[in-house]
Ligand binder design. Structure first.
Ligand SMILES: C[S@@+](CC[C@H](N)C(=O)[O-])C[C@H]1O[C@@H](n2cnc3c(N)ncnc32)[C@H](O)[C@@H]1O
Length: 326
């Protein structure tokens, strides 16, 4: 089942729809999202409406004081606290938007778009859409000429994702299709350039993804645990038809830079997830045999190969396991 994500199918709507970029620039207009940052760096996001008032612990701010002003304007609340008004960047939006499932953090989304080599006009498939965080990054990268087909098992998460994506872009994105269902069972797209999987059991979708990706196409898988990492990598190797998969994680450390106090931040996110990348070979091709031997003991007596039953699970069972663990 697909849920409509675009009203731009008919010609009249297409003529009326403002360009996606118009929501990202220019003076503030009614309906614009504004991020208000207080002197301590705390952020609030509001949607501008003439005549409305935003109430904070530090007094009230009239929307009319922001409307018509340029981005980056400083407004003052009724008790004289200054707030900086800007449109939220994607990275701020993702961290503050309503969530159904756990989101891919901006640091990982940026690397996924880069490693996945997503280009303007690309044909992309992703699952699960979760809260729509990665979908926003993918849609930005493919632009209006490309396509992103997102799959989500759970209808309630798909609704959250749809609302988030439309809120971020200010309208339904013309390149987006959102389908509810199990990607492993329902992916019928072909000649896809890039596929992104962020789900509990990505190995169950590899057969379907392998049929969908064009030769040379890139698969990026995002997983949270080492057991998922190992099983996904080994399944890719056992299946064949893929390049040798690579795995990495991103560690982002902010720095405190103030006068003579120049040092790494005390806090950082120690772990978010692992990224696996591989590329589809041409039909019938096999990877040339490896010149390097596996690490000692890697596939020794204690190694138990993962079962190659990568048929997708029954959707109901999979839904239960998602609920348990995410
Ligand atoms: C961690 S969340 C995805 C978060 C998303 N990437 C984001 O950035 O907001 C995982 C999602 O995958 C969905 N899911 C799990 N297996 C799936 C499958 N086989 N097909 C489609 N969706 C699936 C789950 O319902 C869940 O919403």
């Amino acid at each position: 089942m697909s849920i409509p994500t675009s009203d731009l199918d008919d010609a009249d709507d297409q003529n009326e729809a403002p360009a996606l970029a118009d929501y990202r620039r220019g003076d503030f207009l009614p309906g614009d999202q504004v991020q208000l940052t207080d002197p301590k760096g705390r952020m609030h996001t509001i949607v501008l409406e003439p005549g409305q008032v935003f109430h904070t612990a530090k007094g009230q701010i009239a929307h009319d004081d922001i409307l018509g002003g340029p981005e980056g304007v400083v407004v003052t609340s009724s008790n004289s606290t200054a707030y900086l008004a800007q449109r939220p960047l994607l990275r701020d939006f993702v961290l503050s938007m309503p969530r159904g499932a756990t989101v891919i953090y901006p640091k990982d989304a940026a690397v996924l778009v880069g490693l996945g080599d997503v280009f303007p006009g690309a044909k992309v498939v992703e699952a699960g859409v979760g809260s729509g965080a990665l979908a926003c990054s993918l849609l930005r990268a493919v632009g209006s000429e490309g396509s992103v087909h997102s799959f989500e098992l759970r209808e309630e998460f798909a609704e959250v994702a749809k609302a988030n994506v439309e809120r971020f872009f200010g309208q339904p994105h013309p390149a987006w299709t959102l389908s509810i269902g199990n990607l492993g069972l329902e992916l019928n797209d072909r000649n896809v350039d890039r596929v992104f999987l962020d789900m509990l059991a990505p190995w169950e979708c590899l057969e379907a993804v392998s049929k969908a990706l064009r030769p040379g196409g890139v698969l990026c898988v995002y997983v949270a645990t080492t057991t998922q990492l190992s099983r996904t990598m080994e399944t890719i190797r056992t299946m064949g038809g893929w390049t040798e998969p690579e795995a990495l994680e991103t560690l982002l450390r902010n720095w405190h830079v103030e006068g003579l106090a120049v040092r790494p931040s005390h806090r950082m996110n120690g772990h978010t997830g692992f990224i696996i990348t591989t590329r589809k070979l041409a039909p019938g091709q096999e990877l040339p045999p490896k010149r390097t031997r596996p690490a000692k003991g890697a596939y020794g007596d204690d190694w138990t190969p993962y079962p190659m039953t990568i048929r997708p699970l029954d959707p109901e069972r999979q839904e239960e396991s998602q609920t348990d663990s995410q």
